[in-house]
Design a protein around this ligand. Structure first.
Ligand SMILES: [Fe+2]
Ligand SMILES: [Fe+2]
Length: 489
C-alpha cells in the first residue's frame, strides 16, 4: 500500500514519495487557496514529535557510507541544519508585523515548526553523524565547516537584513510583503523543498536512513504548509494593493540570485549532487517549476532578473552568481530537430546558456577582452551576452550595453544540440543553422574559454545509486557528449 502524505505515522511517512507532497501543495493552492484557519487546523492535525524517531538504523547506514558520500551529504544536510536554525531565529518579526490576527496565529505555529525542525536536525547530527555533545550552539558552529560559500550571503546576511528591517518597522506592509516573498515563497517554496525532494528520493530509492527520511518528510510536509500560507498572504496583499508587486519582486529577485549560489557545489565539483542521482540542471529546472506554479496560483508575473558571474576572491562560482529564474522557466523541451533527427537534450537552451559559467576556464581566457552576444530564436530562446574579460566571465540575460565583438544567431534548438554535442559549430554553420557576425576569428575562439559544456550535466549512471562506491569511482557518465575539448594547457 502506498503511504498517504497526510499519515500521522512517522514510519509510514518515511516511504512517502516526496513528489506527492509538492504535488499536493501545488494542487491545493491552485484549486483554491486554503484559508488561514484551514492551515492552522492542518498544523494541529499533523503535529509530530522528534522524540518518536528512531535513528538506530540511520547510524548503521551512515557508518556504511563511503567517506566521499558522507562528505557530499554533509554539504547538503549541514546547510539544512544551520538554515533551520537561521529561519527559526528570524521569524518572530513576522508575527508582530502580520496585519491580520489569523496570520499571527499561523505564524506562531510556524515558529514552533521551525524550532522543531532545528531540533530534528540537531538530534540527527548528534546521534548519526556524532557531531559532538554539549551545547547546541557549539554543534551548530562546528557544523558550519561543511557549508559552502553561498550559505552566508543568503542566510546570515540577506535574510537577517530583511527581517531586522521588518522588526524595526513592523507597520510597514511593503516590508512585510517583501519579507514573505523572501522567506516563504523563495527560501521555503523553491530552495528548501527542491533540495529536500532530491535528497529524500535518493535515500528512499536506496532504502537507507529511515529515521532521517521520516523526519525530513515531516519537515517537508510542514514546509509545504508554510509555503501555502505565504502564497495566501501574497495573494491577499496584492488584492488590496497591486503596487506591492514591486517589493515582492525585489525580495524574490535577490533571494533567487543568492539562492542559485547556495546550490553551487564546492569547487564546481558536480559530484556533490550527481553522487545522489541528480544534476545541478535538475535542481534548477525543478526549482523553477516550483516557483512558476506558486506565481501562477497567486496570479502574479515573474520578476525580471539580471545575473552575472565573476570570479571573486577565489570562490568559483562566487556568492551571488548563478542562474536566472525567468530563464529557467524556459525549461525542458523535447522533440526532434529537422536536419539532425535526434532527440534534443532535456535542459532548456536558456539554462544551458547560463550554465556555461560552470565550465569557464579562467586560465584559458587570460588577456582576452571580448563580448559575445547570442541571439537564440524560437521556443526557449532569448538574447544572452557572455562577457569574457581577463580571466573572468559574466553572463547576462539580454543584449550587451556595449557593442558586441561577435554575434551568434541560431535557433534555440540548435544551441541545445550544440551544447549536447550532437553537432559542432562548424557543422551548424555548414547547414546554415548558425550565423556568426562580427569578428570571425574571435567568433571561432569562444569554445576555448569553456570546458566542454556537457560537463555540468554529468549525472549518476546507475539507479538506484548505490552508496558503496568510493569517491574515485563515483558512478557518473556524461549525459551530453562534449562538443569541445578543454584546451591543452
Ligand atoms: Fe523549516
Ligand atoms: Fe518552514
Amino acid at each position: 500500500m502506498v503511504a498517504a502524505e497526510d499519515t500521522r505515522d512517522l514510519r509510514e511517512l518515511a516511504d512517502v514519495d516526496p513528489d506527492r507532497i509538492l504535488d499536493t501543495l501545488n494542487e491545493s493552492i491552485t484549486r483554491r487557496m486554503p484559508s488561514y484557519r484551514e492551515l492552522y487546523l492542518r498544523w494541529e492535525r499533523l503535529n509530530w514529535r522528534v522524540s518518536d524517531l528512531d535513528f538506530t538504523q540511520d547510524r548503521a547506514d551512515w557508518m556504511a557510507l563511503p567517506d566521499a558520500h558522507k562528505e557530499r551529504l554533509l554539504w547538503t544536510l549541514a546547510a539544512f541544519y544551520v538554515a533551520e536554525q537561521r529561519v527559526a531565529a528570524t521569524l518572530s518579526p513576522y508575527v508582530t508585523a502580520a496585519p491580520k490576527l489569523e496570520q499571527k496565529i499561523f505564524l506562531t505555529t510556524q515558529l514552533v515548526d521551525e524550532q522543531r525542525h532545528a531540533v530534528f536536525f540537531d538530534r540527527w547530527f548528534q546521534e548519526v553523524v556524532a557531531a559532538g555533545d554539549g551545547d547546541l550552539s557549539v554543534r551548530l558552529k562546528s557544523s558550519r565547516q561543511w557549508l559552502g560559500p553561498g550559505f552566508e550571503p543568503l542566510f546570515d546576511n540577506y535574510l537577517e537584513e530583511v527581517t531586522c528591517e521588518l522588526r524595526d518597522n513592523p507597520h510597514d506592509v511593503r516590508l512585510f510583503a517583501k519579507a514573505v516573498a523572501v522567506y516563504h515563497i523563495v527560501i521555503e517554496g523553491v530552495l528548501a523543498l527542491t533540495g529536500q525532494k532530491f535528497i529524500l528520493a535518493w535515500a528512499r530509492d536506496n532504502g537507507i536512513l529511515p529515521g532521517f527520511r521520516a523526519g525530513f518528510t515531516a519537515v517537508a510536509r510542514d514546509e509545504s504548509r508554510h509555503v501555502s500560507f505565504g502564497a495566501r498572504v501574497i495573494r491577499d496583499l496584492l488584492d488590496e494593493d497591486p503596487s506591492l508587486v514591486v517589493d515582492i519582486h525585489d525580495g524574490m529577485r535577490e533571494t533567487l540570485r543568492l539562492g542559485t549560489a547556495l546550490y553551487q557545489p564546492p569547487r564546481g565539483d558536480v559530484t556533490y549532487t550527481s553522487a545522489f542521482g541528480y544534476s545541478l540542471g535538475d535542481l534548477f529546472n525543478y526549482g523553477s517549476i516550483q516557483l512558476e506554479k506558486k506565481l501562477r496560483a497567486i496570479g502574479m508575473p515573474s520578476p525580471y532578473i539580471e545575473v552575472f558571474v565573476d570570479e571573486v576572491d577565489g570562490h568559483w562560482p562566487p556568492p551571488g552568481g548563478g542562474l536566472v529564474p525567468q530563464d529557467l522557466f524556459q525549461r525542458a523541451t523535447t522533440g526532434f530537430m529537422r536536419g539532425f533527427s535526434r532527440a534534443v537534450p532535456r535542459l532548456a537552451p536558456g539554462v544551458s546558456m547560463m550554465m556555461l559559467y560552470l565550465g569557464f576556464v579562467p586560465d584559458a581566457a587570460r588577456g582576452v577582452d571580448a563580448i559575445f552576444e547570442f541571439h537564440l530564436h524560437g521556443r526557449g530562446g532569448g538574447i544572452y551576452t557572455v562577457i569574457v574579460r581577463d580571466g573572468t566571465c559574466r553572463i547576462l540575460v539580454g543584449p550587451s550595453r556595449e557593442k558586441p565583438d561577435v554575434i551568434y544567431e541560431m535557433d534555440a534548438m540548435t544551441w541545445a544540440e550544440l551544447t549536447a554535442g550532437y553537432a559542432t559549430g562548424d557543422e551548424a554553420v555548414l547547414l546554415g543553422k548558425l550565423r556568426i557576425k562580427g569578428d570571425a576569428i574571435l567568433g571561432r575562439r569562444f569554445n576555448e574559454f569553456f570546458a566542454p559544456p556537457g560537463e555540468p550535466m554529468i549525472r549518476a549512471a546507475s539507479q538506484p545509486h548505490a552508496p558503496d562506491r568510493a569517491a574515485g569511482s563515483l558512478p557518473v557518465r556524461v549525459v551530453g557528449r562534449v562538443l569541445r575539448r578543454r584546451p591543452a594547457a
